[in-house]
Design a protein around this ligand. Structure first.
Ligand code: HEM
Ligand code: HEM
Length: 402
């Protein structure tokens, strides 16, 4: 991996610190109930600052860029993302719209770069992970365009009933389309490498269609489309498990390193898709009224994908990128792996079976005791990986005589 790519991961980890700190405040309720602006900051610092910053860094790594402009591109992406996250925190609608539009331009630029690299390699030849990332970023462009439309409606005071449907469309495209696709692509790359197979292309095509059907179903309120999306998503998830099953089974879960973080991701895909199916069932039962969906279930879906699927995936990529560097705090690998996964599993189970902690007082809800296991493991991961990614110091150490 080119040293400049370490910077991309460092920017992502830096912004993720804010996500985790707000998450801890929300879990413990030490500062009372957080306002909507802070919750949206938690959400988009995680999805854009951590996840999307990480995904574009992996895309640059996978597509093997040697562009001298890469450092500047990663820096500008981080800057635009940080500005957009702060705009959410300010709660000032014109700033949210302006910086959201800038963020969209950045996202389109990355999509364009990946699309042109794929075209020059040949769409019929690019490997399975590249197909997944290309299709995933395509859905990201669609979902983010809808996000900017929502921001403009807020900024121009033209919010209608349709705005609620647009928010559902935006969230389902980003999670049900973009995240699932990029995660399956990156995990396949980490576990079995780059290959082009019919199974891989079919899997990504199904996931792409399912994501669009889910988003289209929310947009137009067509419930049968949501059910079709669910069926396609279930089939595609079975394909993922069958294709990656033997690599998962061969994993030594007690051994440190990238592999176990990648190999656990299909488990969360299965749980996540089951939760999305449950969510669609609730929506259908309520006659399409999104406000009737259980908040606990919704937040459980969110963290299954954001932490279970994406944070495990990106931690795996970072561990692979730093495997030949001095292993600062080697013990931390085990604490982060077990803490992150036991934390997210217990937190999301509480959200499903007990419900949201919204409105609870400090330390009065089981979320206060489960989410911090996940949050503190994330903070330990951030501190450990930031040090291992430090290029200068590593080079000096590597150059020193043994
Ligand atoms: C340029 C990129 C993006 C823009 C412009 C954007 C914009 C928005 C806006 C305007 C809202 C509604 C805020 C409100 O209720 O006041 C929202 C909510 C949301 N966004 Fe984004 N967003 C972007 C990227 C993402 C990404 C990458 C993800 C996930 C991977 C994501 C997931 C969500 C979710 C889950 C919600 C909450 C929906 C709900 O309340 O149920 N967004 N976004
Ligand atoms: C990529 C990372 C993350 C993303 C995108 C994310 C996203 C979200 C979203 C969308 C919500 C719902 C907010 C609302 O009420 O409208 C939420 C709530 C919450 N988040 Fe996160 N989160 C992330 C990481 C974390 C971490 C690391 C923690 C660590 C403690 C955490 C703890 C919480 C808690 C406790 C809630 C309240 C859940 C409830 O009781 O309903 N999150 N998060």
């Amino acid at each position: 991996m080119q040293p400049v790519l370490a910077r991309g991961f460092q920017y992502g980890l830096g912004i993720f610190t804010l996500t985790a700190l707000i998450g801890l405040a929300n879990a413990t309720k030490l500062f009372g109930q957080l306002d909507q602006n802070t919750l949206l900051t938690h959400l988009h610092s995680g999805t854009l600052g951590w996840i999307t910053m990480g995904v574009v860094t992996v895309a640059a790594w996978l597509f093997g860029t040697t562009s001298p402009r890469l450092a500047a591109s990663l820096g500008l992406t981080a800057l635009a993302t940080a500005a957009y996250v702060l705009a959410f925190w300010s709660g000032y609608f014109p700033a949210r719209a302006a910086f959201g539009a800038i963020e969209l331009v950045v996202i389109v630029a990355w999509w364009w770069w990946v699309a042109s690299r794929s075209l020059s390699e040949g769409l019929g030849k690019i490997s399975n992970p590249k197909v997944a990332i290309l299709l995933g970023l395509t859905t990201l462009v669609i979902g983010s365009t809808i996000g900017v439309i929502i921001q403009i409606q807020f900024a121009t005071n033209t919010v209608t009933q349709q705005t609620g449907d647009l928010i559902g469309t935006h969230a389902s495209a980003q999670i049900g389309g973009y995240l699932i696709l990029v995660a399956t692509g990156i995990v396949e790359w980490l576990l079995i490498g780059e290959r082009r197979t019919t199974g891989g292309v079919v899997q990504s095509s199904l996931l792409f269609v399912a994501g669009l059907a889910l988003a289209g179903g929310f947009l137009a309120g067509i419930q049968p489309l949501l059910l079709v999306a669910n069926v396609v998503q279930i089939v595609a998830t079975i394909v993922v498990v069958v294709r990656l099953g033997s690599a998962m089974m061969a994993t030594k879960w007690v051994a440190a390193g990238a592999r176990r973080f990648a190999a656990i991701v299909p488990l969360y895909l299965v749980i996540g898709v089951a939760l999305v199916v449950a969510l669609v069932q609730q929506l259908v039962a309520s006659g399409g009224d999104q406000s009737k969906i259980s908040q606990g279930l919704l937040h459980s879906v969110d963290h299954t994908f954001f932490i279970g699927v994406m944070t495990n995936t990106l931690f795996a990529a970072i561990l692979l990128a730093t495997k030949d560097r001095p292993q600062v705090w080697p013990w931390a690998d085990h604490v982060v792996f077990w803490g992150l996964n036991l934390g997210v599993l217990s937190f999301t189970a509480v959200l499903v079976f007990v419900g949201t902690s919204s409105g609870a007082s400090a330390f009065s809800h089981p979320v206060s005791f489960t989410a911090p296991i996940m949050g503190l493991s994330v903070l330990l991961g951030i501190a450990t990986f930031l040090q291992r990614l430090q290029p200068q110091r590593q080079t000096m150490r590597a150059a020193a005589p043994a």
